[in-house]
Design a protein around this ligand. Sequence first.
Ligand code: ZN
Ligand code: ZN
Length: 260
Amino acid sequence: MYDFHLHTRHSFDAEYSPAEMLAAAAQAGLREICFTDHVDFDGSGEAPADLSALRRDILTLRESGSPVAVRFGAEVSLGDESCTQRALAHLAGQPLDFVIGSVHLLDGVDPYYQKDLYTSAPKETVYRRYLECVCRLLRSGVGFSVLGHYDYIAKFAPYGDRSFPLSAAPEQFDQIFDFLVQNGKALEINTASWRDGPAWGLDVLRRYRERGGELVTIGSDAHTPERVGGRVGEAVELVRAAGIRYLATYEQKKAVLTAI
Ligand SMILES: [Zn+2]
Ligand SMILES: [Zn+2]
């Protein structure tokens, strides 16, 4: 159906063109996609995407007659004040449809490079520390549409059971949900966090719903064509099982709801 989290060669960590990713989306039978290349000023040192170049590619693709609708987005790292100011300056003047706000660093380092992190404390403690960080940075002032991958910390965890249960950090989840609901922002189900293991998140989505959450987006976070649209069907089932009746997509930063 939809995949609202895709990277292209305009991201420092991907090498496929928007055209190649779009072809994979058409092949997967998707109806609408959004390219969300990285804009990271969080201290990771990676060059931000050239959004003007991405936009030119998207305009060309829209004229190509593809049956898949293509939206223009960005994934912005949340960080301190200077990170926020630089990100806002980078986004200025870009007619974006959608912005993902994501936390990629824990204590200044991507968890991907912190293998000791996961053995330093029980899983719940490690996961909670990440969400505490998310709680702090949510308010950083980047005008994002959706909080990206709340379970990023689980993606590279070495545990046999990497799932991120609500019970790991109930208070932090509630703080995040309250912020999202009060500010009209969405929660993302990021299917890449599951990698090739079992899906999770029903308990989290149910709690989000209980706190008044209604806006949910789904993204594969694909960096390669074979991952485009990956497991989005399972994500839709989770959203439905949690009692949420719509999926959100975005156009000109406004949520468009589709009944499921
Ligand atoms: Zn991310
Ligand atoms: Zn991403």
